[in-house]
Design a protein around this ligand. Structure first.
Ligand SMILES: Nc1ncnc2c1ncn2[C@@H]1O[C@H](COP(=O)(O)OP(=O)(O)OP(=O)(O)O)[C@@H](O)[C@H]1O
Length: 228
């Protein structure tokens, strides 16, 4: 499903010069595999997710998702790939405020594999326990409910890989469990591979595979070693 080889990402720095954030010799995931990614703040976890989602382009190396080599695609090609293959759950939900829960989920279908289907969008809201909130706007929903809408939207395009960046960080502890259950169980049921970044060992412990960024990324390992 995912095969990363010799991936390097450098960023231009505001004061001039370049900062190498990632140097990942190898990182792989199998179809439908579930992985928790932990690591120190600023180590490059979000950057790695953005590269896998095709939201950022690599400086060098190879990112292959579902047999597609992302580094060879144009920006437009990466946008198409993302819509067809990737679901993304953000820490801050990123719902469109002017649209209802149902409309937000339908937006997740716009460029996805199954096309826009209002019945399926309602089914997804039902699955996340929010069928009765379909016509509410994000600000009329609790924070936990907003994240559940965001999960329904991420699943709406029938992705093969779901990327989740600290999806429970801004959710109260009671809702966090249901948000986490929802993500893990939905991916299991639909055979979607799941890569979840988390700072919480309680969250990571729900996964049979836990990877530390310091073990994957040579740059984070350098920082980790010099700090300890
Ligand atoms: N667009 C950018 N331009 C310049 N530097 C950037 C850019 N995006 C990220 N960085 C730098 O890359 C490093 C890694 O950032 P990233 O957000 O990937 O870390 P992280 O592991 O997700 O951190 P956290 O756990 O705190 O969210 C940071 O030092 C950050 O300043």
């Amino acid at each position: 499903m995912l095969n990363i080889v010799d991936l390097v990402k450098k960023f231009q720095q505001p004061g001039g010069g370049e900062l190498t954030v990632l140097n990942v010799p190898r990182f792989q995931m199998a179809d439908a595999e579930q992985v928790a990614l932990i690591g120190e703040s600023g180590g490059g976890k979000t950057t790695l997710l953005h590269l896998i989602a095709g939201m950022l382009s690599a400086t060098s190396g190879s990112v292959c998702v579902d047999n597609l080599e992302l580094t060879k695609l144009s920006e437009q090609g990466r946008d198409r790939f993302r819509a067809a293959t990737i679901g993304y759950v953000f820490q801050t939900f990123n719902l469109l405020p002017a649209f209802t829960a149902l409309e937000n989920v339908k937006l997740g279908m716009t460029f996805g594999r199954g096309g826009v289907d209002a019945d399926r969008a309602m089914n997804l809201l039902d699955r996340v326990g929010l069928a009765d909130r379909a016509h509410y706007r994000p600000k009329q929903l609790s924070v936990g409910q907003q994240q559940r809408v965001a999960i329904a939207r991420a699943l709406a395009g029938q992705p093969k890989l779901l990327l989740a960046d600290e999806p429970t960080a801004n959710v109260d502890p009671a809702s966090a469990d249901s948000v986490l259950d929802l993500i893990i169980n939905s991916c299991q049921q639909d055979s979607i591979a799941l890569l979840m970044v988390t700072h919480s060992m309680d969250v990571a412990d729900r996964f049979s595979r836990i990877d530390r960024l310091e073990d994957i990324n040579r740059i984070a390992a350098l920082h980790h070693n010099s700090a300890s």
